[in-house]
Design a protein around this ligand. Structure first.
Ligand SMILES: [Zn+2]
Ligand SMILES: [Zn+2]
Length: 339
């Protein structure tokens, strides 16, 4: 089954990092990092609902003003997520302008900003246009199993990495697809009906196989029902296709703790976008700057079992020879970077 979302890097590998993820058949998108995003048209920016910012170094957050400029005066609520200190960063950015005439805007832009330090809750604040974007602290929300955002069909999980400051890595996970084999259902002698929705919900919620699911239908005017275990229905009539999983990893040092944190969210990921700024020969400099080399990026992708690797966020020092970084990433990965 075709995945419901389509990821695309906004810039070339030397440009600021930003990954735009568009939803098929919906005028809607997510964004990972907010560096220079001028390559995105206003039409595309207006589709954004959630933005995940790894950290507030300039190359990852500089695009906030452009986003604000495009969205101002529109009825939009944008949810932003970032690491420790992120709410302050957004507050300062919004505090850099004069807002004396926005109180009467008919359409209100609202930012709901979330800040996760890696624990069981996430701090939140709201910034509303008509209130001149003054900070309004909201109650913290729970974070279970590293999940920052979840809705039917997808979730985004995160890990805190060491980049001398906290930097978030993300994994966008599409919910698995639960398909019904119609012919097998017929063989079972049970018609389709609303009970199948209940069955799908039970699978997606990860209910145990001994859960009883009741199929009910009408035979003319006679109500009928039959009971099955969830496990039996899974075997006989369901085809469960795992959803697409996309990893996004930027600035971090190559060390065991960062690797453990990445493994917690990226195991078996379908596609991994990962920074590869430096060459293998620059490993010492990469370490001092709390960044990865291309080989290390490939090695991380191999260790987490990524199916496909997309290295990016290259240092300008390799502008003349990006092939070197691609080659070393592939060496670390242990196989070619197929497209
Ligand atoms: Zn950085
Ligand atoms: Zn960076």
């Amino acid at each position: 089954m075709k995945p419901t979302f389509q990821p695309q890097l906004v810039n070339d590998p030397f440009g600021d990092p930003a990954l735009y993820v568009e939803f098929l058949f919906q005028k809607r998108a997510l964004l990972f990092d907010l560096g220079d995003i001028h390559a995105l048209s206003p039409r595309k920016l207006l589709r954004l609902t959630h933005i995940f910012v790894s950290h507030a170094h300039m190359d990852h957050f500089y695009g906030f003003d452009y986003l604000l400029r495009v969205c101002l005066g529109r009825a939009i609520t944008l949810r932003l997520y970032g690491p420790a200190g992120f709410i302050d960063r957004v507050e300062h950015r919004l505090g850099g302008y004069t807002w004396n005439l926005v109180e009467n805007y008919a359409d209100e832009l609202i930012f709901i900003v979330h800040e996760w330090e890696g624990g069981a809750t996430m701090a939140r604040a709201r910034f509303r246009c008509r209130r001149t974007f003054a900070r309004e602290d909201l109650s913290a929300v729970p974070v279970e199993n590293r999940t920052l955002a979840a809705e039917p069909g997808l979730k985004v999980r995160a890990a805190v990495l060491d980049h001398k400051i906290p930097c978030l890595a993300f994994c966008l996970e599409e919910t698995e697809h639960v398909n019904i084999w119609k012919n097998r259902l017929e063989e079972l002698g049970v018609p389709t009906g609303p009970w199948l929705q209940e069955l799908k919900r039970a699978v997606l919620a990860g209910k145990p196989d001994d859960l009883i699911i009741t199929a009910y239908w009408r035979d003319g005017t006679i109500p009928r029902k039959r009971r099955f275990t969830l496990g039996e229905l899974k075997r006989k009539i369901l085809r469960i296709v795992p959803g697409l999983r996309i990893g996004y990893v930027v600035d971090c040092r190559y060390d065991p703790q960062n690797l453990r944190n990445l493994q917690a969210i990226l195991s078996g990921v379908d596609r991994l976008y990962i920074e590869a700024p430096f060459s293998h020969e620059e490993a010492e400099m990469a370490r001092e700057k709390y960044h990865l080399t291309a080989w290390q990026a490939g090695d991380i992708a191999r260790r987490v079992g990524a199916k496909r690797l997309v290295p990016f966020h290259f240092s300008a020092r390799h502008q003349q020879n990006p092939e070197l970084l691609y080659r070393q990433a592939a060496e670390g990965f242990g196989r070619p970077l197929s497209s």
